[in-house]
Write a protein that binds this ligand. Structure first.
Ligand SMILES: Cc1cc2nc3c(=O)[nH]c(=O)nc-3n(C[C@H](O)[C@H](O)[C@H](O)COP(=O)(O)O)c2cc1C
Length: 190
């Protein structure tokens, strides 16, 4: 773990400005079924190209059978903090695979999934839950474990729970909170 500076932003909604990806979660916090429903509902409300809604989720509450089957597939880095989270959600995108026909807007599936996940994380903040999205797990092994069909690409995971540390206090090795400047993300503006 390394200590990292939290970037200063102004005028941004406090939920967005204060959001961070914790690397420690309260291992006691239980998340209710109603809270899980509201996270999924937030994802359902996300916009998507042609309203295709090309997303599916595998949802595991800490201690349940699905959670027990997910944990062995975490990478060493995420296995340090992700199992303590109250909820692990595996995020899957509907993708084209060989032998299937293209459909309108298929090229936007991962984009749409990202928005649905973003919706979930903001809803999580509304519920008092922090979130850490990550790809540090064995996607193929997880797909095999749950017999996820190939046209549902296992893309990322999100850990939800209550952070056990303050933003900027600790970071996962190799990650950073530094942000490129506004000028670096605009081709042109008046
Ligand atoms: C698609 C995606 C994959 C990520 N994968 C990992 C990961 O494998 N391990 C990790 O610790 N963080 C992962 N992160 C979190 C980022 O490192 C983090 O969002 C970034 O460093 C900015 O920090 P912040 O979220 O605290 O603002 C991932 C985030 C996204 C969106």
């Amino acid at each position: 773990m390394t200590i990292c500076e939290v970037p200063a932003v102004s005028g941004v909604h406090p939920a967005l400005a204060g959001r961070f990806s914790p690397v420690g979660f309260d291992p006691e916090l239980e998340i209710s079924a109603a809270q899980v429903d509201s996270l999924l509902d937030a994802a359902r409300m996300a916009p998507s190209a042609g309203n295709g809604q090309p997303w599916m989720f595998l949802v595991a509450r800490r201690g349940d059978e699905i959670h027990r089957r997910i944990v062995p597939h975490l990478a060493r880095s995420s296995s340090v903090w992700a199992p303590d989270a109250s909820l692990l959600v595996v995020n899957c995108a509907h993708v084209l695979v060989e032998g299937t026909e293209d459909w309108e807007y298929s090229e936007f599936a991962r984009y749409d999934l990202g928005q649905a996940v973003a919706h979930m994380t903001i809803q999580g903040l509304h519920l008092g839950l922090d979130a850490h999205q990550f790809r540090a797990f064995d996607r193929d092994a997880l797909a095999a474990e749950f017999q996820i069909p190939p046209h549902w690409e296992v893309t990322t995971m999100t850990a939800f729970g209550r952070a056990s540390h303050a933003p900027g206090e600790v970071r996962a090795a190799g990650t950073s909170r530094e942000r490129v400047g506004r000028d670096d993300i605009t081709w042109a503006r008046d």
